[in-house]
Design a protein around this ligand. Structure first.
Ligand code: ADP
Ligand code: F6P
Length: 324
């Protein structure tokens, strides 16, 4: 085979996501089962450029499937976005005998993998981000855990909101994507959900809605605000002044990225990790692993990065209808 893979590197890059450890475990064990050497690369592309590279054995990934975060650590690395940084990264791979790299991260991380592939290092990306914003795949590792964490936190805020008869604006993560917000909108039965994809934000309509709901006897008013819209604290002050209803902002923040991965995240991470090794060993490169209609698949990175994704129109409509 022209592209025979003997040594596989694995790194995590961008924001961490629960389930990344389960993916690392799967990559390490599937590689060793296939008779390959496997190297862990610390701190994403930053660690690659610093040559923080070490050989991993089966026992190095014991007792991590249930842990949040990433044992390899993660980073964002500006140097790797330059041609010189990418060239240096490819040379380091060659010097360490790394024939293929598995990159666990989001779209940005896949752009890095695409550059390494162009420089002769075989690459496969595994979608790992709580944001669910990778267009080529129905699922990305970490989303299920994060959305459940957010949902549970919002339930708690709702208890105190009801006791005090307040309005609560709760901001969830997702960068430019509103998937966590929309899911919480439905799963928490929120009165309003503000999404960057549906930027029809009309504060007067929101104010009217809060006043109407108060008249109907609702004791709380939960607004889920996506990070991509933001400004929750100033919004709360304006809404309180306009409605006379005490309004508080809660920004859930990084708690959404931590914690034990759910069964779904462990399952997806394990399957995607093993699948990435399998296709790398078949000689494939510049690919992203994904899940489509419940099946594992892989796709060219260039094609994957050109795709667009938005929230589902039906889910949005139902969220809106059920909040009445
Ligand atoms: P995510 O992978 O979660 O989308 P980022 O967008 O922050 O997170 O990207 C993670 C890292 O991937 C960046 O810090 C950088 O090292 C690398 N990266 C991002 N964009 C590019 C690019 N265009 N070329 C090469 N590397 C990139
Ligand atoms: O991509 C995951 C994510 O948590 C986003 O939801 C958020 O916008 C971003 O990362 C925050 O990144 P940082 O860790 O650099 O603050």
């Amino acid at each position: 085979m022209a592209n025979e893979i003997n040594t596989i590197g694995v790194l995590t890059s961008g924001g961490d996501a629960p389930g990344m450890n389960a993916a690392i475990r799967a990559v390490v064990r599937e590689s060793i089962i296939k008779g390959k050497k496997v190297f862990g690369i610390k701190r994403g592309y930053a660690g690659l450029l610093q040559e923080e590279i070490f050989e991993m054995q089966t026992t190095d990934v014991s007792d991590i499937i249930q842990r949040g975060g990433t044992i390899l650590q993660t980073a964002r690395c500006t140097e790797f976005t330059t041609a010189a940084g990418q060239q240096k990264g490819a040379e380091i791979c060659k010097r360490h005998g790394i024939d293929g790299i598995i990159v666990i991260g989001g779209d940005g991380s896949f752009r890095g993998a695409q550059k390494l592939a162009g420089l002769g290092i075989n690459t496969v990306g595994i979608p790992g981000t709580i944001d669910l914003d990778i267009a080529c795949t129905d699922y990305s590792i970490g989303f299920d855990t994060a959305v459940n964490t957010a949902m549970e936190a919002i339930d708690k805020v709702r208890d105190t909101s009801t006791s005090h008869e307040r309005c609560s604006i709760i901001e969830v993560m997702g960068r430019g994507a509103g998937f966590i917000a929309l899911w919480c909108g439905i799963a928490n039965g929120a009165e309003n959900v503000l999404l960057p994809e549906k930027y029809d934000y009309n504060e007067q309509a929101l104010v009217n809605n809060i006043i109407e709901n108060r008249k109907k006897g609702k004791q709380h008013h939960i607004i889920i605000n996506a990070e991509g819209i933001g400004h929750s604290t100033s919004m709360a002050k304006r809404i309180e002044a306009a409605t006379g209803v005490e309004t508080r902002a809660t920004i859930l923040g990084y708690m959404q990225r931590g914690g034990c991965p759910t069964a779904r995240d462990r399952m997806q991470a394990s399957l995607m990790g093993a699948y990435a090794v399998d296709i790398l060993c078949e000689g494939k490169s510049n690919r992203v692993v994904g899940e489509r209609n419940g099946k594992l698949m892989d796709m060219d990175i260039d094609e994957a990065l050109a795709m667009q994704k938005s929230v589902d129109a039906y889910e949005y409509k139902i969220c809106y209808n059920l909040s009445k």
